[in-house]
Design a protein around this ligand. Structure first.
Ligand SMILES: [Zn+2]
Length: 462
C-alpha cells in the first residue's frame, strides 16, 4: 500500500498519556445526572473506582458535564463520499444505491484508508467513541483478492488506530446480488467463495487483528437478499458464539416482497426459521415489520439498530422503534450512510419520528435515548457493559452546557438540545483523543476529509 500522507501528524496517540483519574462536575449515569464524581482508571483504560459526591483531588483531570461515549452501531464509512451530492436526483433508495456503487468501484486500500480516517475523525470529534463498520468492500472490483491479503480490512483498522476510535469491524458475508441472482458486475468486490471462503478469510483476519485492543472483529450478513438461508445457517454455525452478528433487515418493502415470494416468510420469519434470532444478533433498520415480526424480535431480545437520519434521508420510512422496545428489543443507533455524523441528531430523529407518527410527545424518555446512543450500541457491538461502572471502558464525552444551543437545558435533557458542535473533550480508554471539534495535535477532521475527497476525485479523473 502506498504511503498515506495526512495533513498534520497522526499516529502519535501512543505517546499521549492516559489520565488515571477524572473529576466530573456532573456525570450522567444511565441518563441521571450525578454531581461531583471522581473516576479512577486502570492501566488498561477501564474504570477502576467511582466516587460520587466528592471533592476533586489535585491530580484529577477536571471535566464539566460528562456522558458515556456514544456507540455508533452501524456505519458504512465510504458512503460519506456521497454527502451533499445526491439530493438533486430524486428517486429512492435503489437509485441512490447506483451512486453508492460508483464510489465503491473507485476505492482501493489507500483511498479507503484516507476516507475512513477522515470519517472516523469526524465521528470522534462528534462524540462517538466506538463504531461498528459494516464492511463489504473486500476485493478488487473484479472480485480478485488483494495481495497481500486483507488490504481493505487492514486499511479500516489503520484508520481507526490513527485517530483513536474503537472499531468493531463487522466483516460482511455478501454472496448473491439479490434473491436467486448472482452478484452483478458492480457487486463482485463484495463476494467470497461461498460461506467456507468467507469463514476462512474471517478467521485469517481475526488472527491478524488479535494483538490490537482498539480494533476487534465482528461479523455481518448483508441481508436476506444477499445470503441464502442455508448459507446463513452455516455462517452462524461457523462463528465463535461470542461474536456479534449484524444484518440489514426489512429496510425496503421490496425485500419483504421478494423474501415472501421465494421463501413464504418475512425476512424476520426467515431468520426465526433458521434459529438465528438470539441476543447475539442485531438487525439494522427493521423499518417495514409485521406485528409478528416485532414480537419475534422482541421475544428473542434481538437488538434493533435504527438509523433515523439515513432512513429520513433515503425516504425509507419510520420504523416501529417504540413498539419494538416495548416488545423487548434493545434499541441502538447508527449513522449508516454518514450523510449526518451527529449522535444527538440520531437520538432526536428516533424520538421525533415517533412523535410525528403518534402525534404525542415524550415517546422515548431522554434517558432512553442516551441509552440507545451509548450503552445499547456498545452492547450490540460486543464491547460489553458501558455504564461508567468499575470494569467498564473509560470512554467519556464532555458536553458544553453553556452554548447557544444548550444554555438553560437540564443536563438530563441534553439529548434533545445539544448537537455534535457541543462536544468538547472526548476520551477513549481514558486517553484524550479529541477536543472541541479537533483531534489531538490540532488536526481538523475537515482537513482530513478534504484530502481524502481530493484523492477520490483524482482517481475518478484517471
Ligand atoms: Zn447499512
Amino acid at each position: 500500500m502506498g504511503k498515506l500522507a495526512l495533513p498534520g501528524q497522526l499516529g502519535g496517540l501512543a505517546e499521549i498519556a492516559t489520565a488515571t483519574s477524572f473529576w466530573c462536575e456532573s456525570l450522567l449515569v444511565e441518563g441521571i445526572a450525578v454531581a461531583s464524581v471522581r473516576l479512577e482508571v486502570d492501566a488498561g483504560g477501564r474504570i477502576s473506582r467511582v466516587q460520587p459526591g466528592v471533592a476533586p483531588e489535585t491530580t484529577d483531570t477536571r471535566l464539566g458535564t460528562v456522558l458515556p461515549g456514544f456507540g455508533n452501531a452501524h456505519s458504512h464509512a465510504f458512503h460519506r463520499a456521497l454527502r451533499g451530492r445526491t439530493h438533486g436526483e430524486g428517486g429512492d433508495f435503489w437509485l441512490w444505491r447506483e451512486s453508492m456503487y460508483r464510489i465503491a468501484a473507485q476505492l482501493d486500500p489507500e483511498s479507503y484508508q484516507a476516507l475512513a480516517t477522515a470519517v472516523f475523525a469526524e465521528m470522534l470529534a462528534s462524540g462517538y467513541t466506538a463504531v461498528g463498520e459494516f464492511h463489504y468492500l473486500h476485493h478488487h472490483r473484479d472480485g480478485e483478492p488483494y495481495v497481500p491479503a486483507h488490504a481493505m480490512e487492514l486499511a479500516l483498522a489503520s484508520a481507526a488506530r490513527a485517530v483513536g476510535i474503537r472499531l468493531v469491524l463487522l466483516d460482511t458475508v455478501y454472496l448473491q446480488g439479490a434473491i436467486g441472482r448472482e452478484l452483478a458486475p458492480n457487486q463482485r468486490a463484495f463476494g467470497d467463495e461461498g460461506v467456507a471462503g468467507w469463514l476462512a478469510r474471517w478467521k485469517s483476519l481475526r488472527s491478524r487483528l488479535a494483538d490490537n485492543d482498539l480494533v476487534t472483529l465482528g461479523a455481518a450478513v448483508h441481508s436476506v437478499r444477499a445470503v441464502t438461508p442455508d448459507a446463513m445457517r452455516n455462517v452462524f454455525a461457523g462463528l465463535p458464539p461470542e461474536i456479534p452478528v449484524h444484518i440489514h433487515l426489512s429496510e425496503q418493502p421490496q425485500e419483504n416482497a421478494d423474501c415472501e415470494i421465494e421463501y413464504g416468510l418475512t425476512p424476520a420469519g426467515l431468520l426465526d426459521s433458521i434459529d438465528a434470532l438470539t441476543p447475539r444478533l442485531s438487525v439494522v433498520h427493521a423499518t417495514h415489520l409485521s406485528d409478528d415480526d416485532r414480537a419475534l424480535l422482541g421475544f428473542a431480545r434481538v437488538t434493533v439498530v435504527m438509523c433515523p437520519t439515513t432512513e429520513a434521508d433515503l425516504g425509507d420510512g419510520i420504523g416501529p422503534a417504540l413498539a419494538l422496545a416495548h416488545s423487548g428489543s434493545p434499541i441502538a443507533l447508527g449513522s449508516d450512510q454518514n450523510a449526518v455524523i451527529d449522535p444527538f441528531l440520531e437520538m432526536r430523529g428516533l424520538e421525533m419520528g415517533e412523535r410525528l407518527a403518534s402525534q404525542k410527545r415524550g415517546r422515548f424518555a431522554p434517558a432512553e435515548l442516551l441509552t440507545a446512543a451509548s450503552t445499547a450500541g456498545y452492547s450490540a457491538l460486543g464491547l460489553g457493559r458501558h455504564r461508567l461502572q468499575p470494569g467498564d471502558p473509560c470512554d467519556l464525552v464532555e458536553i458544553s452546557t453553556t452554548s447557544v444551543r444548550t444554555s438553560g437545558s437540564l443536563p438530563e435533557q441534553l439529548a434533545l438540545t445539544a448537537s455534535a458542535s457541543d462536544v468538547m473533550r472526548v476520551f477513549v480508554g481514558g486517553r484524550l483523543v479529541a477536543d472541541s471539534g479537533q483531534l489531538i495535535g490540532g488536526i481538523r477532521p475537515a482537513a482530513l476529509m478534504t484530502d481524502a475527497l481530493q484523492r477520490l476525485a483524482l482517481r475518478q479523473a484517471d
